[in-house]
Design a protein around this ligand. Structure first.
Ligand code: TXA
Ligand code: MG
Length: 326
C-alpha cells in the first residue's frame, strides 16, 4: 500500500510542471525550456513573471497566447546587470542611470528608447522599451545563463490579479506554462514602478513597489504625473480584477457599514485584512483577493490607504479592481 502511495506521489511530482528555485537543476531546466520555445513562470520580488528570452519569437508568441494578451501590449525586458542596458537601450540619460544605479536590483522599471537589437515583438512595435533588474536571485541567474534579457509580463491571464506565489500561477495558467519555478511568496507583492525617462522631467507611468517620493529624492526633482491617456497598458481602467466586487472604504467604521450593507443584500462579503504597515498591506493584497474568489465571496471591502509611499500603488490597484467592468 505504502509503495503504491509513494509511486503515485512520484508520478504526480513527475507530471508536475513546478520545481523549486533552490533545486540545483532549476536554472538549467528553465534555460532548456526557453531554448525550445517554451515559457517559464519565474519568481521576482514584485509578482511572478511569465518569461521568454527576447531573441526567441516562438517563446514570445507563446507568452502572448498563454496570457491572452494582445501583441500590441509591450513587455518589460528583465536584465541582470546595468551594463546590459547599454546594448538594448539607446540614449540612457544621466537621470535614468542615476535612478537605475540607486534602485536596481529592485521594483523599478524604466522606459527608454530601444536599440535596434531589441525585437519589435517585445515592444509591441514601439520605439521605446521598459527595462528592470529584478531582485530575486533566480531570475538574475537565469538571465546570466541565457546572456539575453527575459521579457516577462505578470504570469496571470490578461486583466486578472497578478500572482504572488507559484500556486497562484498554477491556479491561473495550469499546464499552459511549460515550467513554474517556485521561489516562495513575492516580498513586495505589487508590480514595479514604471518611469518614463524619454522626457524631462521624467514621467511616472505606473505607481508600484518603489514609492514616487524615493525616486524624486534620488533625482532631486519632481516626476511628472500621468497626463491624459497612459501609454502603459496596465493602466487600463479595469485591470488587476478579482472575480468578486471590490468596494473601497474610507476607514474601518465606513468599511463595517459597507460590509453590513452587503450582507443585508444577502451578499457574502468581508473586509480585506489591512495593515497600517504599507509594505504588509501591499504584499498581502493580491493573495487576499484571490482567496476571496477561491472561497466564493461576492464582495471584498478594502480600506483606502494614505496616498504616500506604497499607499499610491495599493490605492491604484484598488481603484482598478473596483472599476466598472464591461
Ligand atoms: O513588477 C513588474 O513590473 C512585473 C514583473 C514580472 O517584473 N511585470 C509586469 O509586467 O508587471 P506587465 O506586462 O504585467 O506590466 C508591464 C507594463 C504594461 O502595462 C505595459 O504596457 C507597460 O509596462 N510597458 C512595457 N513596455 C512599454 C512601452 N514600451 N511603452 C509603454 N508601456 C510599456
Ligand atoms: Mg500585468
Amino acid at each position: 500500500m505504502v509503495a503504491v502511495i509513494c509511486s503515485l506521489a512520484i508520478a504526480m511530482l513527475h507530471q508536475s510542471n513546478v520545481i523549486q528555485a533552490e533545486d540545483p537543476n532549476s536554472v538549467a531546466r528553465a534555460a532548456e525550456v526557453l531554448g525550445n520555445g517554451g515559457v517559464v513562470a519565474i519568481p521576482t520580488e514584485t509578482v511572478y513573471g511569465l518569461a521568454a528570452a527576447v531573441d526567441n519569437p516562438a517563446s514570445l508568441n507563446k507568452v502572448f497566447s498563454v496570457k491572452g494578451r494582445p501583441t500590441t501590449h509591450p513587455l518589460i525586458s528583465h536584465l541582470s546587470s546595468i551594463e546590459q542596458l547599454h546594448g538594448w537601450a539607446n540614449e540612457v540619460s544621466s537621470d535614468a542611470e542615476l535612478v537605475a544605479r540607486s534602485c536596481w536590483p529592485g521594483p523599478l522599471s524604466i522606459l527608454l528608447n530601444k536599440s535596434e537589437r531589441l525585437p519589435y515583438l517585445v515592444t509591441g512595435n514601439r520605439e521605446t522599451a521598459v527595462f528592470r533588474i529584478p531582485a530575486h536571485q533566480f531570475a538574475r541567474h537565469l538571465i546570466d545563463a541565457l546572456q539575453v534579457p527575459l521579457a516577462a509580463p505578470s504570469a496571470n491571464r490578461f486583466g486578472r490579479v497578478s500572482p504572488t506565489t507559484a500556486q497562484h500561477v498554477l491556479d491561473d495558467l495550469g499546464s499552459d506554462v511549460d515550467l513554474i519555478i517556485d521561489g516562495g511568496s513575492c516580498t513586495i507583492g505589487v508590480e514595479s514602478t514604471i518611469v518614463d525617462f524619454t522626457c524631462n522631467p521624467p514621467q511616472l507611468l505606473r505607481p508600484g513597489g518603489i514609492p514616487r517620493e524615493d525616486i524624486e529624492l534620488i533625482l532631486g526633482k519632481s516626476l511628472v504625473g500621468q497626463r491624459g491617456e497612459s501609454r502603459a497598458s496596465g493602466m487600463l481602467q479595469s485591470h488587476y480584477s478579482p472575480a468578486c466586487q471590490v468596494i473601497i472604504a474610507n476607514d474601518l467604521a465606513h468599511a463595517e457599514k459597507l460590509l453590513a450593507q452587503q450582507q443585508s443584500m444577502g451578499n457574502r462579503a468581508r473586509i480585506v485584512q489591512f495593515s497600517d504597515d504599507l509594505p504588509i498591506y501591499a504584499s498581502t493584497l493580491y493573495s487576499q483577493m484571490r482567496q476571496a474568489d477561491f472561497e466564493g465571496f461576492h464582495s471584498l471591502v478594502a480600506i483606502r490607504p494614505p496616498e504616500t509611499g506604497l499607499g499610491q500603488a495599493i490605492l491604484d490597484r484598488l481603484l482598478k479592481a473596483s472599476a466598472p467592468r464591461f
